[in-house]
Design a protein around this ligand. Structure first.
Ligand code: NAP
Ligand code: 3JN
Length: 339
């Protein structure tokens, strides 16, 4: 019989954790034992996995004993404290928070882009999963970088409320209902009304005027692509969409390439689907990206404002490829090549 692994999902009751359990099931990850961990608030809960109800355990120092692979999505402070605990008890951690992403000893991995970095898990027993907006961007940038060397990317994101968690989905729905009923709209999760609005503010502001989310896109892209020379400038915007982040990308390359070359390259790239037939009104949209794992790329055209530039539009499921699926894919490479 094929080897089976003891897997923990830490943050199992959350939006990302729930999707991780679903991805493990869908992808038939070889699990001998599934341990679900969350906070005191989830004591007594159970979650469905392959037709059975698995009890949720309250996270503590002993929670990772005997575990081979621990998938974390319980926020940065839980990862900071418990990822080293899990690693010390012999598990390899795949962490979804930003806590370990920029640690030089911790690999930051998108399996379509830099699977070879996974070998560095041996340094600390931790592998970091990038931010959702970075993941979908590097999946399309890597094949273009290999073709024509990217010098600079200007990106604007259109990020779904599910990126903020379940409470933000409820806030958008309640504001829509209140608007339709002519009642006052209440905002608690976001600093402004999100229904019928756009909020150019994701995560906290930094001294340089960018937000932390925008700087994650800059620094994570350079680390994953192993190239600190790629210049990135990002503007991250929350939009009233439930699932699926989209991005407008403006890419400047060292070598001149045509939109046809980009389409042909992306058509062969792992994890990408070219959806680019404007005459038939076909282009990526979050409603089409949601519920699947490919990054959709379209509206590919030459940038008329510069010598060697390409513009495009991409959409991907932020909870699946942007978080849970990417983490499970990392775990798949880990067990295939290393454990
Ligand atoms: P969420 O829906 O609020 O879920 C949070 C999860 O963490 C719940 O299972 C919660 O358990 C658990 N948790 C919170 N504090 C805990 C503690 N002290 N001990 C144990 N468990 C604790 O949030 P989410 O949207 O799933 O996001 C979770 C995290 O994933 C984020 O904070 C972020 O770090 C990461 N994330 C990454 C990306 C990405 O771009 N890759 C995207 C979204 C999220 P209870 O239900 O018991 O409270
Ligand atoms: O807002 C989004 O669309 C993505 C959110 C990601 C997120 C949310 C809370 C904390 C992160 C992340 O993964 O970068 C974090 C974090 O910093 O861990």
């Amino acid at each position: 019989m094929a080897k089976q692994y003891r897997v923990a999902v830490c943050g199992a009751t959350g939006a990302v954790g729930n999707q991780m359990i679903q991805c493990l099931e869908e992808r038939d990850f070889p699990i001998g034992e599934l341990r679900l961990l969350a906070s005191e608030r989830s004591r007594g809960k159970t979650l469905a996995y392959k037709g059975s109800q698995v009890p949720v355990q309250v996270l503590d120092e002993n929670g990772f004993k005997g575990i081979d692979v621990a998938l974390f999505s319980a926020g940065g402070s839980t990862s900071e404290k418990y990822a080293p605990v899990a690693a010390a008890s012999g598990a390899v951690v795949v962490d979804n928070s930003s806590a370990w992403r920029m640690d030089p000893a911790v690999p930051l991995v998108v399996p379509e882009v830099n699977p070879h970095h996974i070998a560095q898990y041996k340094n600390k027993g931790i592998i970091a999963n990038p931010n959702c907006s970075t993941i979908q961007m590097v999946v399309v940038l890597k094949p273009i970088h290999d073709l024509a060397r990217i010098e600079r990317v200007v990106v604007s994101t259109y990020q779904a409320v599910s990126g903020t968690g379940q409470k933000a989905i409820v806030e958008l729905q309640e504001q829509m209902r209140a608007w339709a009923a002519g009642q006052p709209l209440v905002n608690k999760v976001y600093p402004h009304q999100i229904a019928f609005n756009l909020i150019p503010h994701i995560d906290v502001f930094r001294d340089n005027g960018y937000t932390k989310e925008e700087m994650k896109m800059v620094l994570e892209t350079q680390k994953i692509m192993d190239d600190p020379t790629i210049k990135v400038s990002a503007t991250c915007v929350r939009v009233p969409v439930v699932y699926g982040h989209s991005e407008a990308l403006n890419i400047a390359t060292a070598k001149k390439i045509t939109p046809d070359q980009v389409r042909a390259t992306l058509a062969k790239a792992p994890g990408v689907k070219v959806v680019d037939d404007p005459a038939s009104k076909l282009y990526p949209m979050p409603l089409d990206a949601a519920g699947q794992d490919l990054t959709l790329a379209g509206r590919i055209r030459e940038d008329i404002s510069q010598e060697r530039g390409i513009d495009m539009w991409i959409s991907a499921d932020n909870i699946r490829k942007g978080a849970a699926t990417n983490a499970v894919q990392i775990a798949e490479v880990l067990i295939r090549d290393y454990l």
